[in-house]
Every structure is written in C-alpha cells, then in structure tokens.
Design a protein. Structure first.
Length: 149
C-alpha cells in the first residue's frame, strides 16, 4: 500500500470519527466531548506561546482541523506493514487511541471530564476511535483489493 493510500485512508477514518462525534455530542449529557478536550489543549498550547484564540468559531474550526489531521496521520499507520494484518492493526490502534484519549488528559494537565464523565462516556470515547480505525481499515482493504484485480 502506498503512503498516499495510507494517508487518504487515515483521513477517511478521522473524518468518520469526527462525523460520529459531531452528530452525537449534544444528544445526551453523557456523550463524549472530544471537541472540548481538543479546544483546551489547543488554547493551552497557544497560551504557552503568548497568544490564544478568542473567537469560539475559530477555536472550534482550528480544533476540528487539527483533530482530523492528527488522527488522519495516526490512522494512516494502520496501512504500514503486511496488508493481511490491517484489521489487527486497526483494532489495536483504535483501542490504543481511545484508551489514550481517556487516560492521558489528566497527566497532561487537561480536564478529562469531557471524555471520562461516566462509564458510558469512556466507552463511547474508545468506541469512536475504534470506529475511525475500522473505517481506515475498510478503506485500505478496499484499495488493496482494487489494486490486486
């Protein structure tokens, strides 16, 4: 699989993750709010450099773009290595990203409540990342089959 295919598949998985998150985030008070976590991380980074984003819409857009790009690059690694292990890598990387999303904020000095509020919130957070990874795996699998025909 080429690096371009891996990146495109990773972006597909990242977009799927964000569509799911954006579609569900306000449907229940216990839904994950990965966006809030990302906004805090971005503002903290910018404050370190002596600035911040004051406009909420700009902050939201910048956070969403950064999330899609970073998750896309992360998910692109699912395509590295032997294609017969795409699904194993997808599941492993999805679970790893989800567990990281709920365990790393606090040690990084971020408020973990948006992704750890309840057991449901935690499970859905992990599930979102697994879904993104599985979408990446499906795209890679489809591209692999297309290229072998």
């Amino acid at each position: 699989m080429s690096k371009v295919h891996n990146l495109l598949a990773g972006l597909g998985g990242a977009v799927a993750l964000n569509i799911l998150h954006e579609s569900l985030k306000k449907t229940d008070k216990n839904m994950p709010r990965v966006d809030k976590l990302g906004e805090e991380a971005l503002q903290n980074t910018l404050r370190y450099f002596g600035t911040e984003i004051k406009d909420e819409k700009v902050l939201y857009g910048a956070t969403l773009a950064g999330d899609i790009i970073s998750n896309g690059i992360y998910f692109s690694a699912i395509g590295a290595g032997d294609p017969k292990y795409i699904w194993q890598r997808a599941v492993t990387m999805g679970i790893s990203a989800g567990v990281g999303a709920i365990t790393l904020p606090e040690p990084m000095g971020l408020d973990d409540e948006p992704v750890t509020k309840t057991p449901k919130t935690k499970a859905l957070t992990v599930g979102y990342y697994v879904l993104g990874a599985l979408v990446t795996g499906a795209i890679l699998s489809a591209l692999s089959k297309k290229n072998n025909l």
